[in-house]
Design a protein around this ligand. Structure first.
Ligand code: NOJ
Length: 745
């Protein structure tokens, strides 16, 4: 097995048997031998217990853990609860410790921006550090396993869970999924890639609805981020609650065993999503719990989350000869391997008394603030209203229902996040403004979700008396996350009326757009001079936004999703196929709508800065690439990037690839790389890319990777709409075996 934290835990094990003395180290039996020794002592019930994950519910039988009927828990979300549960497991006959799981999606107590917001940084290093900081904090409270990252590629903003993933693009999702896996490991948590597979394609964006994905699309778009996460060392994979092409993933042997284990060689743990084993009955593929159990285990699902069916049925099913005990043993081995790999058998019991002091540490908050800053996307900035110039702006009117919204800043999937820890935008702005001698007058205008106008007059008055209006408007936390899909993408309540009222004072308006995902902006781009996408920014969102408004940092975030004009455009992604009748404005018989442009309001990859960057012509250093037998061949391209504006700033140089003529129609542009360059005013840097030539390929329905010889195009620029494309040639192509490798479209 792969050595994980081969530090203190491994050393402790080598000395085991002499644990209380510093005497002669004994030769450690291998982990596999220890697993076999445990298995040999386990009853069928104890084996089923290892495959049983329970939630923290009031109705739980308090003796179940002590009887060895539980292998893992979820939602024991503070150190006292975790310590009690794990203590009961250690007191069971075999003393096998628990996996203590929780959804650490964007933090435990210190809340970071949601993953979609973090993705806007386009910065794997930062994403990794953020994940490590979240992991350290949660591990200090006894958590050992997170149900993250979500590697689903989200193609429809109506899907509430778009906020939990890393955007619409497969390459970016894969790159940042891998970074999260690495970060969680750095910080001491086991990770789970979820939801395998296709969940991001739910029909109409409706959570839990069916998914239909053509096999080649599955291999091109949805599977690569999982593969990237597995390569980065993910410990577990979670099924989806959905049925993919008619087969619930929790019963899909082709997916769980065929692709995941056989093609990719994944040897970690497969866990069902919440009650997903029981839901096989509702899906209509199992008559009862016993059949659901048989189907899930046979498909390759090792652990049952919260339906209790494995515990109830596995022993009898094995005794009746309907499930081979070897299949149960194989699943138990995977659970035990993870526990050994995490060092749980060697760890001292959880210490709840000390946990509190390890939460909200200054270093954790510092990384949360850095992450919040890096996620901000400057959508527009007319007349350079931003950054705020304290010479000209002496008083700011701060309005809008999300200016002082601590709980909304925490957002969904909150871990153990608390509103009282949040620094709101109001607090952050007041503090930062005071440092420059600028006054902030706060007049909310309307309370959260903005159903009444009684506060409008005060907001308008504040605007009149100010040099700049900062308006914080958008969506509350409960319009994104699991079970929060929406049919609309508009702002709730009367917020647009409030924006109109303050804008009509004639004072410049900087709009801070709040919410988990892009929303319909209506007339906001005309009303507001500047627009800064703040997402759901977490505990340190207030200072991060204030510092950015004042220009202490220049925004560098880029949209990881296309920003639509209206919900009616859903789904809308930058990597569409060219089509036989590509869109021509004003031309009826080309792709589009009679009543709206088919183009986004802001394209994927868009994001301004307080400075400007000029991208030079890309130079292809490998004008002829041969994939063929030189499978490790790379495409090498570079382009000069110059900061032509007045301030320092970070350029996010994005590399897009296309294959103009192929055996099948391919997207005009696909993101395949991003380089971050910090440049002083006037400075030129080089965006240098080395792209594995296999990334040029696409997949056949069985997963065969095909890189065709012929002409390709590559462009480097600041968003998906802009880059000039230049040609290069692939001289010898490649056909990889199914699962042999994964490229993207
Ligand atoms: C259901 C969600 O789909 C999954 O992502 C999550 O990890 C589990 N609930 C546990 O909270």
């Amino acid at each position: 097995m792969r050595a994980r934290w081969a530090g203190p835990a491994a050393a402790a094990w080598l000395c085991l048997g002499a644990a209380h003395a510093q005497s002669v180290p004994v030769l450690a039996p291998s982990v596999e031998a220890r697993i076999e020794a445990l298995l040999a002592r386990m009853t069928l019930e104890e084996k089923a217990g290892q495959l049983n994950l329970i939630s923290n519910e009031p109705l739980n039988d308090p003796g179940a853990i002590r009887r060895g009927e539980v292998g893992a828990v979820i939602n024991f979300s503070n150190a006292w609860l975790a310590a009690e549960a794990d203590g009961a497991a250690r007191a069971s006959r075999l003393g096998i410790p628990l996996l203590v799981g929780l959804d650490i999606v964007h933090g435990y107590r210190t809340i970071f921006p949601l993953p979609l917001a973090l993705a806007a940084s386009f910065d794997p290093g930062l994403v990794r550090r953020a994940a490590a900081a979240m992991a350290r904090e949660s591990a200090s409270a006894g958590i050992t396993w997170t149900f993250a990252p979500m590697a689903d590629v989200a193609r429809d903003l109506r899907w509430g869970r778009v906020v939990e993933g890393l955007g619409e693009d497969s390459w970016l999702t894969g790159r940042l999924t891998a970074a999260q896996v690495e970060g969680f490991r750095d910080g001491g948590l086991a990770s789970t890639l979820k939801h395998f597979a296709g969940y991001g394609a739910v029909l109409g964006g409706r959570d839990y609805d069916a998914t239909f994905v053509a096999p080649s699309e599955l291999h091109d778009l949805h599977l690569p981020p999982f593969r990237a996460g597995i390569r980065a060392g993910a410990d577990a994979v979670m099924t989806a609650l959905t049925a993919l092409n008619g087969v619930p993933t929790t019963a899909d042997a082709g997916l769980m065993t065929g692709i995941l284990r056989r093609q990719w060689g994944f040897s970690g743990l497969v866990v069902a999503d919440w009650q997903a084993v029981a839901s096989l009955v509702k899906h209509g593929v199992a008559r009862d719990g016993a059949e659901a159990t048989r189907k899930a285990l046979a498909a390759g699902v090792d652990m049952d989350m919260t339906s209790g069916l494995y515990l109830r049925h596995l022993p009898d099913e094995v005794r009746a000869g309907r499930i081979p005990e070897a299949a149960v043993d194989a699943a138990v081995r995977r659970v035990l391997r993870l526990k050994f790999g995490l060092g749980l058998f060697e760890r001292p019991p959880i210490d709840p008394a000390g946990a509190e002091s390890r939460l909200l540490l200054p270093e954790t908050r510092r990384i949360a603030r850095e992450a919040a800053r890096a996620s901000l996307v400057l959508l527009q900035n007319r007349e350079a209203v931003l950054p705020i110039d304290p010479e000209r702006v002496r008083r700011i009117a701060l309005v809008g229902p999300f200016a002082d919204a601590a709980w909304d800043q925490v957002g969904p999937h909150e871990g153990n996040g608390q509103p009282q820890d949040t620094v709101t935008i109001l607090t952050g702005l007041r503090e930062r403004a005071a440092a420059s001698g600028v006054e902030v007058v706060f007049a909310e205008g309307c309370p959260r979700v903005c159903t009444e106008r009684t506060g409008f007059a005060a907001a308008v008055e504040a605007a009149r008396g100010a040099d700049l209006v900062v308006a914080v408007m958008g969506e509350p936390r409960d319009r994104s996350g699991e079970g929060s899909s929406t049919a609309y993408l508009n702002w709730p309540g009367l917020q647009h009326d409030l924006l109109a009222a303050v804008a009509e004072t004639g004072k410049p308006v900087a709009l801070v757009v709040f919410g988990g995902r892009p929303t319909e902006l209506g007339d906001a781009p005309e009303r507001a001079h500047a627009m800064l996408m703040a997402w759901i920014p977490g505990t340190e969102g207030g200072p991060a936004i204030a510092e950015t408004l004042f220009g202490d940092v220049s925004p560098s975030g880029k949209l990881p999703v296309s920003w639509p004009r209206t919900v009616g455009q859903m789904p809308l992604t930058y990597d569409a196929l060219p089509g036989g009748r590509p869109h021509l404005p004003g031309s009826r018989w080309t792709m589009g709508y009679a009543d709206e442009s088919p183009l986004p309001l802001f394209p994927f990859g868009h994001g301004l800065s307080y400075t400007r960057f000029a991208y030079g012509e890309p130079e292809v250093l490998t004008p002829k690439v041969g994939v063929g037998d030189r499978y490790e061949a790379v495409l090498e391209v570079r382009a000069p990037v110059t900061n032509i504006g007045p301030r320092p700033g970070r350029a996010v140089a994005q590399l897009y690839l296309g294959q103009p003529v192929a055996s099948r129609s391919r997207p005009k542009r696909l993101l395949k790389g991003a380089v971050l360059l910090d440049l002083a005013s006037g400075e030129t840097g080089t965006a240098h890319f080395r792209i594995p030539a296999r990334d040029l390929g696409y997949h056949e329905p069985d997963g065969t990777l095909v890189v065709e010889p012929g002409e390709y195009r590559v462009g480097i620029g600041g968003d998906s709409a802009g880059p000039r494309m230049v040609s290069f040639t692939v001289e010898t192509g490649w056909r990889g075996p199914p699962g042999g490798d994964q490229a993207q479209r």
